[in-house]
Design a protein around this ligand. Sequence first.
Ligand code: AMP
Length: 225
Amino acid sequence: MDGKKNILTKKVVIILVKFIILGPPGTGKGTLADGLSKRLRLKHISTGDLLRTEVKNASSLGKKIENVLSKGELVSDNLIKDLLKKNLPINDFILDGYPRTLEQATDLEKINEIDYVINLQSISEIIIKRLSARRICLNCKSVYGSNILPIVRGVCDKCGGSLIRRADDSPKTIENRLITYKKQTEPLINYYKEKIINIDGNNTPEIVLGITLKELNDRGIEARA
Ligand code: AMP
C-alpha cells in the first residue's frame, strides 16, 4: 500500500487519504486529529463530538445518548453507524473515535476503505491525569489541560467561551471508559495490524503531531504549509 499515492504527482500526493485514530480515552486523539486535519487538509470527524451535539439538542435520542455517555459505555453500533453515514465524506478524512468495536470496523469496511490507522499510545497514569485536568471550551471545543492553561482561568483564549469539564471526565466514568476501551476497542489494534502506525502519545501535542507527520511523510503523505 505504501507508495500507492506516489504514482500521482507531488502536487496531488496527499489527496485521497483516509485515516483512523485509535487509542484509549485521554491519549490526545482529538488534539492530534485536529492538528492533522489542518496540516493535511482533511475533514476531522469525531463521533464523540457528533454524539455530544445530539445531547446538546436535548431531543429524546439526545437524552438516551447522554445516559450512555455518563456511564462511560458505548452507544449502540447501529446508532453510531447511522450517525457516521450522515457525516462521512468519500475521501480526505480522519476518523477520531470510530470504530470502537469489531462490529463497527466491519460496518466501516462496507462504507469505505481506510488507508492508515494511527494508534496513539499512552500509559494509564498519564491518561488519568490528563482526563482529570481536561477542560473544553463550550463554544469552539478547544482543549486545555495541566500543560495548556488558559490565560484567564475558565475562559477560552481563542474565542472567550466558557471552559467546562466534560461530564464523562469524572473519576468513576474515566475508570469505566478505560475498561470499555480495553474490552471492546483494543482488539482493533490486531484487526488493523497491516495498517497500523504506532505513535507515542506521552508527549506534548506539538511533539506528537511532529512525530506523526514524520511517519506519514515517510509513507509519501506530505503536510501542506
Ligand atoms: P470521545 O469524545 O471519543 O471520548 O467519546 C465520548 C463518548 O462517546 C464515549 O465514551 C462513548 O460513550 C461515545 N462514543 C464515541 N464514539 C463512539 C463509537 N464509535 N461507538 C460507541 N460510542 C461512542
